[in-house]
Design a protein around this ligand. Structure first.
Ligand SMILES: Nc1ncnc2c1ncn2[C@@H]1O[C@H](COP(=O)(O)OP(=O)(O)O)[C@@H](O)[C@H]1O
Ligand SMILES: [Mg+2]
Length: 235
């Protein structure tokens, strides 16, 4: 049996609560969705939650960071699997499943969205990225028709440069428009995060991006019904 086999339904623990499925998605690559999915999984694991990190994007970039050189994810509280767990059959023993989704313009995203409870979209603070965001609405609308639980929780801005007035103005506009709402603070661009893949299996690097992701994790906690967690003092 592989270490992940029980997430695909070969073991049954009757009465187990279905974990909340939080999907991090975007309409295009390079918006930082893998990084946000990894950051949330790592943070909730650190805070004492049982997390299943599902790498559902066929490019498998999450695996290149979450798994060490031996191919194992050793983050506290976090199990890792490639693909999606078989939620129709059996719930995995986790409080939350964090999914790194394929781009919403790809058909593979539908498989993820039909199991998703809450959807977070990552976006860059640039006009083109923002204007192309509606290309993801078809996938979301069609998925809600088959999965009425699906809720778009909001937008997360990643790779943010607070020294660029154009980005600041754009984020303020998005915030004012509120559709979809901004969640947490924009995640700043940080070299240590860019270089994270150089150290496979290591934890989310400390710094301003981690502080913003921690804020995001706390903002989402109520929606996820995760309740209070271990002290965040270590951050
Ligand atoms: N906050 C950040 N600061 C610096 N680099 C980042 C940050 N977030 C993501 N990156 C880098 O930006 C690139 C795109 O991020 P990634 O998470 O892979 O996006 P996606 O999954 O949307 O394609 C990657 O090289 C990643 O390491
Ligand atoms: Mg990715």
């Amino acid at each position: 049996m592989t270490p992940f086999e029980h997430f695909n339904g070969t073991k049954h623990d009757a009465g187990m609560r279905r974990p909340y499925v939080l999907t991090v998605a975007s309409h295009k690559g390079g918006t930082g969705r893998t990084t946000v999915a990894l950051a949330l999984a790592w943070i909730w694991g650190q805070l004492g939650r049982r997390v299943l990190l599902a790498d559902a994007d066929p490019n498998r970039s999450a695996a290149l960071i979450a798994a060490d050189d031996a191919g194992a994810c050793r983050w506290p509280g976090v199990d890792f699997m490639e693909g999606m767990p078989a939620l129709d059959r059996l719930p995995p023993p986790a409080d939350v499943i964090v999914v790194d989704c394929p781009a919403l313009t790809e058909t593979g995203a539908y498989d993820v969205l039909r199991h998703t409870d809450g959807l977070v979209l990552t976006c860059l603070a640039d006009t083109l990225c923002l204007r192309t965001l509606p290309t993801s609405t078809t996938a979301i609308r069609e998925s809600v028709a088959v999965n009425p639980r699906l809720r778009l929780l909001g937008l997360v801005i990643n790779l943010f440069d607070g020294a660029d007035p154009a980005q600041v103005r754009l984020v303020n506009r998005i915030h004012k428009a509120g559709k979809p709402p901004l969640i947490g603070l924009p995640i700043p661009v940080q070299n240590a995060v860019r270089d994270w893949p150089l150290n496979p299996g290591s934890g989310f690097p400390g710094g301003t991006a981690r502080a913003a992701c921690l804020e995001l994790a706390f903002s989402l906690q109520q929606e996820l019904r995760l309740g209070s967690t271990k002290s965040a003092g270590r951050f």
